[in-house]
Write a protein that binds this ligand. Structure first.
Ligand SMILES: Cc1ncc(COP(=O)(O)O)c(C=O)c1O
Length: 429
């Protein structure tokens, strides 16, 4: 680790060994001039690639015009972005609040849900990740509960659709939604009669790239409706094209009650939004809804968001994510055919996962191998991360920018293959 990092709080273990000087497209370049292929799009935010000129232009314009305002003053970029987002969403979702981070967008969604329903119990999937601010972190079941005191009362987990390791030991390979039915049965038996909302990612990303079976969210919708619960979709990573659809919830044709978007809207700048229907917004307004923060409705990130939406549309990046995603998944399946230790490959669009096991028979998670392959990849010029959910950290998450080329995917697959071989032969020595 660079010696200058001694002044930083270590917020997630350690830091990368090299310092980055610049980044462009799917690449970052270190101070030493080493180029590294970024298969995490930063923190899954830079969907247009790093340093996109259209985002840079929008930010420059904003610096000249207006960066920040008192939260009750509105500006053209904020009004334009709200209208644009309302146009992208299905009816009746046409009320938008512009915020900064994904945690905050989920926090606001749950505050609206609680105020609107007058209830407080919230359910989410095991292995879910929704952010680390205290409220939303209560239903963040993949990590980070230990050490921070009590969770919010009324926080419940429903088993995630993890077909490779079925949480209710029922399915193998294809989820038939028994986990969901079991989860709601548990929920009913634990509830104090105040069921408010169910929050979910369309594909669980930090949880190990778990793709729910088709129709899963239609059933979630029914189960919520039977109980008067609102459905909140957390589209932090999946919104604006990554899965090959504009939003992840489109796959099942459901319309959520509230949608939270973040990472992918700002293209690298801190921008998020919570989106609701007029009846929810009007009811909460009447009841005195309050969530005013220093950077709510700031013009600068809103300008960047408009540029992101323009480029996604003009360059057809939603369709591109679908095509390149299929290409990447096909390549990963070839690696699976070659390496016994690649237990499972899964994904949708350009959000792909590769799970490492000690062997296919036992399916024991190969955490050490994962850490070794990550190091080997970085040395060879590929940045990817292993996601940790629960006790194991053995699934690679790949989420390159939507502008990634086939040649860049080929290179990443080559590096991954070589890194797997190197790590395996080192372990065998
Ligand atoms: C699905 C999901 N929701 C919410 C968040 C939290 O977003 P932020 O880190 O911007 O607060 C993340 C971050 O990784 C995420 O992946």
């Amino acid at each position: 680790m660079d010696d200058r990092a001694r002044f930083l709080v270590r917020y997630a273990g350690g830091f990368a060994p090299e310092v980055v000087a610049r980044a462009e497209g799917a690449w970052v370049e270190t101070e030493g001039g080493r180029r590294i292929l970024d298969f995490t799009s930063g923190q899954i935010c830079s969907t247009l690639g790093h340093s996109h000129p259209r985002i840079a232009d929008a930010v420059r314009r904003s610096l000249d015009e207006v960066v920040h305002l008192n939260s009750w003053m509105l500006s053209e970029p904020v009004l334009a972005l709200a209208e644009r987002l309302a146009g992208l969403l299905p009816a009746p979702l046409d009320r938008i609040m512009l915020l900064n981070t994904g945690s905050e967008a989920n926090e606001v969604a749950l505050k609206l849900a609680k105020m609107h329903t007058g209830r407080f119990e919230v359910a989410a999937l095991t292995r879910s990740f929704h952010g680390l601010l205290s409220g939303i972190a209560s239903v963040n079941f993949s990590m980070a509960h230990a050490g921070y005191g009590p969770l919010l009362p009324g926080s419940f987990a429903v088993p995630a659709p993890y077909a490779y390791r079925c949480p209710v030991r029922h399915c193998d390979g294809i989820c038939d939604c028994t986990c969901l039915e079991v989860g709601f049965e548990l929920l009913d038996q634990q509830s104090v009669g105040s069921l408010c909302a169910f929050v979910a990612e369309p594909v669980l990303s930090a949880g190990g790239i778990l793709v729910p079976p088709e129709g899963y969210f239609r059933r979630v919708r029914e189960l919520c409706a039977e109980r008067g619960m609102l459905l909140v979709m957390d589209e932090a990573q999946t919104g604006f094209g990554r899965l090959g659809t504009m939003f992840g919830f489109e796959r099942d044709g459901v319309v959520p009650d509230l949608v939270a978007v973040s990472k992918t809207l700002g293209g690298g700048l801190p921008l998020a939004a919570t989106m609701a229907s007029a009846p929810i917004e009007e009811d909460c307004y009447r009841k005195g809804f309050l969530h005013v923060t220093s950077h709510v409705s700031d013009p600068l990130p809103a300008s960047a968001g408009l540029a992101v939406l323009d480029v996604i549309e003009e360059e057809g990046l939603v369709a591109r994510a679908r095509e390149r995603g299929n290409y990447l998944l096909a390549g990963l399946r070839e690696l699976q055919a070659k390496h016994e230790q690649v237990g499972d490959v899964r994904g949708l669009g350009l959000l792909a996962g590769l799970e490492l096991v000690e062997d296919r028979e036992s399916r024991r998670p190969a955490d050490e191998l994962g850490a070794a392959v990550t190091r080997e990849c970085l040395e060879r010029g590929l940045s990817m991360n292993i996601v940790r959910a629960g006790s194991s950290a053995n699934t690679f998450r790949m989420a390159p920018p939507l502008v990634v080329t086939e040649a860049e995917i080929d290179l990443a697959l080559e590096i991954l293959d070589a890194s797997l071989r190197a790590a395996l032969s080192r372990a065998a020595a």
